[in-house]
Write a new protein. Sequence first.
Length: 334
Amino acid sequence: MAGHIQDRWFKTETNSDGKTVRIKSDRHGSGLRYRARYIGPDGTEKSKSFPDGQKRLAEKWLSGIEADMARGQYIDPRAGRLTVRQHAERWLASLTMDPSTFVSTETRIRLHALPHLGSRSLDSLRPIHIREWLRKLEDGGLAPAYQRVIFANLNAMLAAAVDDRLISHNPCRSSSVKAPKPEPRRIKPWRPERVLAVRSALPGRYRATVDLAGGCGMRQGEVLGLAVDDVDLKAMRCTARLSALRKSTGAATGEPSTVRHGSVMAAGGYCAMCASSARATLPGNGMVRVLPPFGKARTPAARQSSEKRTREAVNRAFEGGPDSDDGPTAAQGV
């Protein structure tokens, strides 16, 4: 057996004849009688108490501890006393992922999981608590797809608790707990007229974002992280090498999940619109530079060289094109 059972109601003493006798202790008749004691893998003593009449149960529990140690499945009964909030802090601090994904994960756990489950100890979590939490998410009006992502984050956090031997099972994986299902919906893209109308309503310095997102299919972070050297107007291509990321300490740039290439031109008059937008945002026109707004700044010489090459490329590729951007009318009239 991994330890022994202590009977706290009796103690042994040696009488005057040199014999060992069992006599009542000062605690006789009060409190829990049996204490199962053992030495854990970390070298410290651990125990659990049982009431009078449950010595057999104490022995069974101690035998189970010994079997778990032999199989390498032992879990310290005290480990699960960590609250969900405490485990969340340790889990988040151990994650290795890109900054934007980390911020999103931390935000979802902090705003949607901890307010409902944070004060509970890990070993007290049951499937009923997860089901009740999911109901609160649904009643809170969150989109089913977003509920599903939040659930996935909590599931991953509790799976880590199982791997770390803090709890023996993950209540999110119980058969009675169902992950939220996203509502099937058909994506309806904007019609060209609407895209052009939105573009024409934007200040000139921001119209290039519509060209890149609508014409090249770039994501928001890729649009904001685009640098001058990433645009090849002669070949009509741009490459999303960096993506603007949001970090808890501020904004930064980093590599996107995949390096994607997109065509600068869409068709016909839209090409002229892209050229006009590009010229309007280049230095020397009183507008902002087409440079990543965050991350490492290039030296002035390198920046001027890059901007000069881009201006020359614009002039070569779109020589004779419109010098001003009048919105949809100018584009459609090419």
